[in-house]
Design a protein around this ligand. Structure first.
Ligand SMILES: *Cc1c(COP(=O)(O)O)cnc(C)c1O
Length: 222
């Protein structure tokens, strides 16, 4: 079967505004698929399991930027600290501290996004807005010299209801814009997946995480 990964990528890229970064979400997909996307020019890939990302990092070209987009297990941060380019799903100060500790061992500063809770369903991870503000304002954060909070991430509810999606994306975008005035390091707003990225971009997303529209449907839940 022809995978069409290259064609899918080109189609999506042609619709993205210049300021929007495409993260190709390759979780559960084999090395060959990632290599195909790489050969088509894609350099930023997202994974949601640390071990899987480490295994792929070891096998693939070293100019790939690996983004961790999944929920983080603190005890596994150490396995990716030497190479991870951006961590999207940070949802506690404890996790920030652990990332800082591991980054320090490698003399790196690791870029992080704080994950905001925007979905109405309570199954989604993420921090309430007031907790994000508390972290950004905290004195303790200044002591973490090996991490940098460069933006926010959000996952909308899994729904076709455009009004609800619109509400969730715009609430995060408004919160992001408001905080950008005080925290100019906040540059990245990561929101939008295969089913909703166009609406996310209309609402100001600067980074979309797209899996199935590039690589095809996943064979198992991840
Ligand atoms: C899997 C996943 C995506 C990509 O989902 P698609 O619907 O396949 O585009 C985006 N973000 C996160 C956090 C994910 O876990």
């Amino acid at each position: 079967m022809i995978t069409g990964i290259k064609e899918n990528l080109q189609k999506i890229k042609s619709t993205l505004p210049e300021n929007v970064t495409l993260v190709a979400v390759s979780k559960t997909k084999p090395i060959a698929d990632i290599q195909e996307a790489y050969d088509a020019g894609q350099r930023v890939f997202g994974e949601n399991k640390i071990q899987e990302m480490v295994a792929k990092y070891d096998e693939l070209p070293k100019d790939i930027k690996w983004h961790m987009i999944g929920h983080l297990q603190r005890n596994k941060v150490k396995y990716m600290a030497h190479f991870v380019d951006l961590i999207h799903g940070v949802d506690s100060f404890k996790t920030l501290k652990e990332i800082n500790k591991q980054a320090k061992k490698h003399n790196r500063v690791i870029n992080c996004l704080l994950q905001a809770r925007i979905a109405k369903e309570d199954t989604k991870f993420g921090l309430p807005f007031e907790d994000i503000e508390a972290i950004l304002a905290s004195e303790e954060l200044k002591e973490l010299e090996n991490i940098k909070i460069v933006g926010l991430m959000g996952m909308a509810t899994f729904t076709d209801n455009q009004e609800q999606l619109q509400e969730e994306f715009s609430s995060l975008a408004n919160f992001f814009n408001k905080n950008q005035e005080n925290y100019p390091n906040l540059q990245i707003l990561s929101m939008g997946m295969s089913g909703d990225y166009e609406l996310a971009i209309k609402n100001g997303s600067t980074m979309v995480r797209i899996g199935s529209s590039i690589f095809g449907v996943r064979n198992y839940i991840a």
